[in-house]
Design a protein around this ligand. Structure first.
Ligand SMILES: NC(=O)c1ccc[n+]([C@@H]2O[C@H](COP(=O)([O-])OP(=O)(O)OC[C@H]3O[C@@H](n4cnc5c(N)ncnc54)[C@H](OP(=O)(O)O)[C@@H]3O)[C@@H](O)[C@H]2O)c1
Length: 345
């Protein structure tokens, strides 16, 4: 008999607060698995969808279940996922509800359906809370760094590829997307220059960045242009609402290599001459073998080999589905640094 399930529902466009109530338990088909959720990480997109309704993803059908990031244990396995997973496996994965429009695929529930190719096994020494910070961060980082219409870098491996003389700029290295982008670029053999608050310099360097600059420093653009001299650019990742402008200014002054800026948010239309930029769709990797390479291969081996780690640090904001709304409110209020809010179940 299927277990009972509960979800934190968004019952209608812009409905507030989320409503915790019963949800159908959905059996997995094909490449899907069902995961009993133990930890859920919260992302800016979750409160943005709630606040902006159809202005953000107009195809969303209501009622629905938001959320992308879950860690938990496998309880049921679709026929094509049987070779990869067994009951009781500890996993972390990317909920696909935003695209599938199925409430069963949203992270904010007790039993979620995940795609086997967008799920990673986690080693015993990594807690569910730590693992839950991975999915949208690593997916958005990888979609910006490796897809054909963005930076198109060589793929990351574990152990890391030998380093080549090509440099990537990651603006906002202490963010969730940024701390994953640094690690992925380094594992793919690139050098990384990044920006963050000075208190996070050690953190971003521990992830593999070679230079860290304070994004608030008035001379940050010219400082980074100076560092780039004599180095070949592999492109830049502009992370955050205000990042694309300074990043484009820097990249426009680079003399050798790529002048493409992958942008986590909408880039400005008036880009400097020679610079190209495009907004990243965080789950673009799911449409190609890149999704499986990152989730089934790189993350799994990287956690074991320790050339990839869960980042940023989780901050437990509550227990139970009832805590999710409060967590989203806290995230929306801003001010968090190198931290990802997590709710445990
Ligand atoms: N396109 C997509 O599919 C997609 C997917 C996910 C996220 N996003 C977007 O990507 C951005 C990052 O998301 P996230 O979840 O990674 O964010 P996050 O982890 O919540 O980011 C927080 C970090 O941002 C840094 N920060 C704040 N102001 C900054 C500035 N002016 N310049 C550089 N860094 C700054 C802070 O660094 P310090 O603490 O060092 O100051 C802080 O640690 C958001 O704008 C989000 O909407 C887009």
């Amino acid at each position: 008999m299927a277990p009972t399930n509960r979800a934190a529902w968004t019952t209608a466009e812009k409905a507030y607060p989320l409503e915790v109530k019963e949800a159908e338990y959905t059996h997995p088909v094909d490449n899907e698995i069902v995961v009993k959720v133990h930890a859920i990480a919260l992302n800016p997109v979750d409160f943005a969808r709630q606040a902006m309704g159809s202005r953000l993803f107009p195809w969303t059908k209501y009622p629905t279940v938001f959320g992308t990031d879950v860690a938990g244990e496998v309880v049921e396995i679709g026929s094509q996922a049987a070779g990869k997973y067994k009951i009781g496996d500890r996993v972390v994965g990317l909920g696909n509800g935003l695209e599938s429009n199925r409430p069963s695929d949203g992270a904010f529930q007790e039993y979620v359906v995940l795609r086997g190719d967008l799920t990673a096994h986690i080693p015993d020494n990594v807690s569910y809370e730590k693992a839950a910070v991975i999915p949208l961060g690593v997916a958005t980082a990888a979609s910006g760094l490796f897809t054909d219409d963005q930076l198109k870098l060589d793929l990351p491996t574990s152990p890391a590829k030998p380093t080549k003389n090509e440099w990537v700029l990651v603006w906002s290295g202490a963010s969730s997307v940024g701390s994953n982008a640094i690690q992925l670029a380094v594992a793919a053999g690139y050098h990384v220059i990044t920006t963050c608050s000075p208190k996070n310099f050690d953190f971003v360097k521990s992830l593999g960045a070679e230079y860290a600059f304070d994004y608030n420093r008035p001379t940050v653009v010219s400082d980074i242009v100076e560092i780039f001299k004599g180095k070949k650019s592999a492109g830049a990742y502009a992370i955050g609402f205000t990042a694309a402008k300074p990043v484009s200014d820097i990249i426009s002054q680079i003399t050798e290599g790529s002048k493409h800026v992958a942008a986590s948010n909408m880039p400005p239309s008036d880009l400097p001459e020679g610079v190209t930029s495009k907004m990243v769709f965080g789950s673009a990797l799911k449409n190609s073998p890149l999704g499986a390479h990152i989730f089934n291969d790189f993350v799994v081996k990287g956690l074991v080999n320790r050339n990839y780690r869960t980042a940023p640090e989780p901050q437990i904001v509550g227990q139970g589905l009832e805590s999710i709304q409060q967590g989203l409110d806290t995230l929306k209020a801003g001010g968090l640094s190198a931290t990802k809010l997590v709710v445990t179940l």
